[in-house]
Design a protein around this ligand. Structure first.
Ligand SMILES: Nc1ncnc2c1ncn2[C@@H]1O[C@H](COP(=O)(O)OP(=O)(O)O)[C@@H](O)[C@H]1O
Ligand SMILES: [Mg+2]
Length: 267
C-alpha cells in the first residue's frame, strides 16, 4: 500500500534522504523512527506528494505519487508535523471547508463530519475558534481532518509531539483503533510509541534506512533503546557484517559526531 524505491532528496550537495526503499503492506501499522533530522518528514512529504524526490519512486496503492498525485492523495490521510490549521476557523468550519475541497458535499459531508466529531472527541470544541484550543485539541482537529474522506492509508508525522501524557494516550488509542482497519505509517522519535502502536518498525538515520523489521527483531534481546543507540551510531558499532541482516545498509558507516536525539548537543 505504501512503497518507496530508491528514494533520495538532495538539497544542493546535502542528502536529506538517500536510497530509501521500503514497503508497508495492507493492514500494517509501521512506525517510522529515527533521530531528529534523520529524514522522516522528508520521506513522508515525498510519499504524500508535497515534495518531489531527486531520485526514486514513491507509490501509494500502486499509484506513482509524482504522476498520479491526485488519485494517490484521495487514498491518503496525511497529518503533517504541525498541522496547518486555520486558527480563525472553528473545527466545524475547517472540516466543512476541507471536506468540500476534497469533493464531499451535502449529506455525505454532513455524515462524515458527524462521524469524525465523536471519533476524535471534538464535541466540546466543535464551534470554538481553533486559536483558542489547546495543542491536544488542535491535534484532534488535525486527526478529524485526516479521517474525513475515509482514506484507507494514514500517514502521520509525529502525531503525539508536544502533547501531555493524557493526550498522548488518547492519540495512541486512536491510532491503535484505526490500525485495525487501515494501513498506517506513523513517524516518531519516541520509542515508547513504537511498542504502543506498531507491529513493524523502520529506522532511519542520516537519511538511510538502517533497520526494517519487527520491534522484537530490532531489540534482539536487548532494549529497543539500546538497539536505537547502536544503530544510530551513538554506541560503538557492532563489527562490520554483524548487522540485523534485514538491510544491506545496516552498517553503513554511521558518524557518531552528527547523530543522536540531541544533534549538536555533543561537544
Ligand atoms: N528545505 C530544506 N533545505 C535544506 N535542508 C533541509 C530542508 N528540509 C529538510 N532539510 C534537512 O534534511 C534533513 C532531514 O530533515 P527531516 O526530514 O525534517 O528530518 P526528521 O523529520 O527526521 O527530523 C535535516 O538535516 C534537515 O535539516
Ligand atoms: Mg520531522
Amino acid at each position: 500500500m505504501i512503497e518507496t524505491t530508491g528514494l533520495s532528496k538532495y538539497y544542493g550537495a546535502f542528502a536529506a534522504i538517500r536510497d530509501v526503499s521500503f514497503v508497508v503492506p495492507q493492514g500494517q501499522v509501521a512506525a517510522f523512527i529515527g533521530p531528529n533530522g534523520a529524514g522522516k518528514s522528508t520521506t513522508l512529504k515525498i510519499l504524500t506528494g508535497y515534495l518531489a524526490p531527486s531520485a526514486g519512486t514513491a507509490r501509494i496503492a500502486g499509484l506513482d505519487v509524482s504522476t498520479d498525485r491526485i488519485a494517490a492523495a484521495a487514498r491518503i490521510g496525511y497529518l503533517p508535523e504541525n498541522g496547518p490549521l486555520y486558527p480563525e476557523m472553528t473545527p466545524l468550519e475547517l472540516l466543512r471547508f476541507f471536506g468540500e475541497s476534497r469533493g464531499l458535499s451535502g449529506s455525505r459531508l454532513a455524515d462524515r463530519v458527524e462521524a469524525v466529531t465523536p471519533e476524535c472527541n471534538l464535541h466540546a470544541v466543535i464551534e470554538k475558534s481553533i486559536f483558542k484550543l489547546s495543542k491536544g485539541y488542535r491535534q484532534r482537529v488535525g486527526m478529524a481532518h485526516v479521517l474525513l474522506h475515509e482514506p484507507d492509508i494514514l500517514i502521520m508525522d509525529e502525531p503525539t509531539s508536544g502533547l501531555d501524557p493524557n493526550q498522548i494516550h488518547d492519540v495512541r488509542e486512536l491510532i491503535r483503533r484505526l490500525g485495525a482497519t487501515k494501513t498506517i505509517l506513523v513517524s516518531t522519535h519516541l520509542l515508547q510509541e513504537v511498542e504502543a502502536v506498531a507491529n513493524r518498525l523502520l529506522l532511519i538515520n542520516e537519511g538511510r534506512v538502517v533497520f526494517d523489521g519487527t520491534p522484537a527483531e530490532m531489540a534482539a534481546g536487548d532494549s529497543l533503546e539500546t538497539a536505537f543507540h547502536r544503530l544510530t551510531g551513538k554506541l560503538p558499532a557492532t563489527p562490520a557484517g554483524d548487522g540485523d541482516g534485514a538491510h544491506p545498509r545496516a552498517n553503513a558507516a554511521p558518524h557518531a559526531d552528527v547523530v543522536g536525539p540531541s544533534r549538536g548537543g555533543q561537544p
